[in-house]
Write a protein that binds this ligand. Structure first.
Ligand code: TK8
Length: 352
């Protein structure tokens, strides 16, 4: 064997040995053998989160609590920067930015996202939940997880369900005490066919529109009314441009705290865990604020001059009856199994 050949044989052996050592090192690193304290895995991050609502909305309380929790768990490395009142675009635009990986987070109503994830339409079915307790049990339980598990397939990660809440109708024309009074009102609805259909069934002239355009449309009289939870009506100052509020509670909208799936995949598991845990901490604060502020907001809008109408049980029953066909009509789009699962869970909860 020539010297050259021997040398190359030796080198090959050396390379092999080196690569074995490197492989071993990589494995050890993966197994965490050489990793220091968990904090070493956490990087300095400023995470942008957008909302359609104003900072005074209970979402503000939730974001504050989530931010504090993240600072605490990350040694001050992970921060949230919040953008309010649709400053980074509306719910739908911001969600699309998440899917393409150009924005990290959004706290959005589920309703405008049905074009992306049709199953979310299940939450838009009118008069679905009877109270907040029921909503919490469904959203934080098996059903909520079933929906969240589908979100990565749409380029999104759901960290938690927060609360937008029970929705109520406002308008500038007249006190609405029942279905009869809704006839002919030009009512803005979210960009969502179930809401569109529900309000058409109630006799309204329903106009789908992004939330960011609603105030001006009400102010200029392009539309007569809109529907949202009282805290949103209050904190978005709709009381300045609407005279009548009906406590119709015709639907409950959850907020989803969504993270961009492409950007999520770039995070360390440690960072992901912090975000998940802190979104739940934020959730509890946010929901409590939403419920505490509910009563306060009602006083605020009354003080601002809104006339508040409660529905009699008969008027409520009539409204329920009018929107009933929506369930069957939209079941196929939502997914029959999704609707069936929701109904089965509700039955179980109600002990039926
Ligand atoms: C805020 C929205 C809003 C929603 C709507 O971004 O569009 O009416 O209820 O509160 O999520």
């Amino acid at each position: 064997m020539s010297f050259e050949k021997q040398k190359s044989k030796f080198n090959n052996g050396g390379n092999k040995m080196k690569s074995t050592i490197l492989k071993g090192l990589a494995l050890a690193l993966c197994a965490g053998v050489f990793s220091g304290p968990a904090l070493a895995e956490i990087q300095e991050r400023t995470i942008r989160v957008s909302n359609g609502v104003a900072e005074e909305h209970p979402v503000g309380n939730g974001v504050k609590a989530m931010t504090e929790c993240m600072a605490d768990k990350s040694g001050g490395k992970m921060k949230l920067t919040a953008f309010w009142s649709g400053a980074l675009g509306g719910d739908l635009d911001a969600t699309q930015a998440l899917r393409s990986g150009t924005q990290e987070m959004v706290i959005t109503s589920t309703s405008p996202l049905v074009g992306i994830a049709p199953a979310l339409g299940v939450f838009d079915l009118p008069f679905l939940f009877s109270d907040e307790k029921e909503a919490d049990a469904i959203l934080d339980g098996e059903f909520g997880k079933y929906i969240s598990d589908q979100m990565p397939g749409h380029g999104l990660v759901n960290l938690a369900y927060w609360e937008n809440g029970f929705r109520n109708l406002t308008n500038s024309q007249r006190a609405v005490a029942g279905v009869e009074d809704i006839k002919g009102l030009k009512v803005r609805v979210m960009q969502n066919n179930i809401f569109l259909d529900s309000f058409q069934n109630l006799g309204a002239n329903a106009v789908p529109m992004a939330f960011g355009e609603v105030f001006t449309a009400l102010e200029t009289g392009a539309i007569d009314g809109q529907e949202n939870p009282v805290v949103t009506i209050d904190t978005s100052k709709f009381s300045e441009v609407q005279d009548h509020l009906t406590l119709s509670r015709h639907a409950y909208t959850p907020f989803m705290v969504l993270y961009s799936k492409p950007l999520w995949d770039q995070l360390d598991p440690e960072e992901q865990a912090i975000l998940q845990e802190c979104a739940v901490v934020g959730r509890d604060v946010q929901r409590k604020a939403s419920r505490d502020l509910g009563a306060e907001s009602l006083e605020n809008v009354k003080a601002a001059g809104m006339e508040v109408t409660e529905l009699t049980p008969e008027a409520q029953a009539e409204m329920r009856e009018a929107v009933k066909p929506v369930y069957e009509k939209h079941a196929a789009t939502i997914g029959q199994e999704v609707v069936d699962k929701m109904m089965a869970e509700l039955k179980k909860l109600r002990g039926e």
